[in-house]
Ligand binder design. Structure first.
Ligand code: A3P
Length: 298
């Protein structure tokens, strides 16, 4: 065990780092109890890679026939309640039946690394969407996010230089981030009909085309009529960070008694690392990225 970025207890499990009393126990619960269905949709990411955005987009794509613009659940419900995180849901000891009773198709998110996915998920044939992000921006996003969390120990938070050292050694929540991405990237090359792999940067730069691709992958393609009526654009606007961060439900309240809901909506930009990392720091991270994930963030 070691102390993490904000003094929290962290442990290495199956090659990845977890916050204990929180994430790790949840992951173990999923491994032990979760029964995947073939029509489940799993949204997977390392933290701070665009999970909240992906949840909103997939939820809006899948539910578009059920709601009008003014009654849409995303206007009144936090995206993390629309698409629950598996390990948090199971760890909170809400009865497993709670998850089992949900109607199909169920949509969940998880941060579990590929090599720790339980057989139930691997062999279910369910669809998996994976989003990842330039590790330099993940580092900055995670740093800001943790700074907003309720301290779980008396220990002082680490300095930015110390955090940087840990991050490059792979010690971050569900890190090493490079191994996390690598696992799903490889799986998506081997099994493209089951895994949709996308970067935050690609989704941001070409949102329209990628939302359409995502809908096709989920077997809910947009019809000609929907395209003519700008259904894709409406979903993109609804799920934009500008729309979501202004909603009362995303501005107030705490999530899992650790994080304020507004901590999930910060800048939502590509390249904020430029405002925080020295050229040497950026180069050190890029070196690892180029070695382990060549071409993915070019
Ligand atoms: P920044 O801290 O760089 O702003 P996650 O959802 O995986 O926790 O990732 C959080 C990051 O995604 C934060 O990045 C946050 O601002 C950004 N984000 C949240 N909602 C978004 C949205 N609708 N569109 C784009 N980015 C979003």
């Amino acid at each position: 065990n070691i102390n993490g970025w904000i003094g929290e207890d962290m442990r290495l499990y199956e090659g990845f780092w977890y916050r204990t009393n929180h994430a790790l126990e949840g992951v173990m619960c999923v491994q032990e109890h979760f029964k995947a269905r073939s029509d489940d949709i799993l949204l997977i990411s390392a933290p701070k890679s665009g999970t909240t955005w992906l949840k909103s987009l997939v939820f809006a794509i899948m539910k578009r026939a059920c709601y009008t613009n003014s009654t849409h659940p995303l206007l009144t419900t936090n995206p993390h309640d629309c698409v629950p995180c598996l390990e948090l849901k199971l760890f909170k000891r809400s009865p497993v039946a709670d998850v089992d009773d949900l109607p199909s198709p169920r949509i969940f998110s998880t941060h579990i690394p590929y090599t720790s996915l339980p057989e139930s998920i691997l062999y279910s044939g369910c669809k998996i969407v994976y989003i990842c992000r330039d590790p330099k921006d993940v580092l900055i996003s995670l740093r800001y996010f943790l700074a907003k969390s309720k301290p779980s120990t008396e220990l002082p938070p680490l300095s930015f230089e110390e955090v940087f050292e840990l991050f490059t050694k792979g010690i971050s929540s569900y890190g090493p981030i490079w191994d996390h991405v690598q696992g799903y990237h490889k799986a998506s090359l081997e099994c493209p009909h089951r895994f949709f792999f996308i970067t935050y940067e690609e989704m941001k730069r070409h949102t329209l085309v990628n939302v359409k691709r995502l809908a096709e992958f989920l077997e809910q393609p947009f019809s000609m009529v929907e395209e003519r009526e700008y259904a894709v654009e409406e979903i993109i606007n609804l799920c934009s960070i500008d729309t979501l961060k202004k909603l009362e439900v995303n501005k107030s309240g705490l999530r899992n008694s650790y994080f304020p809901n507004d901590a999930f909506f910060r800048k939502g930009e590509i390249g904020d690392w430029r405002n925080h990392l020295t050229p040497q720091m950026a180069e050190s991270i890029d070196q690892i990225t180029n070695e382990k994930l060549p071409g993915i963030f070019d």
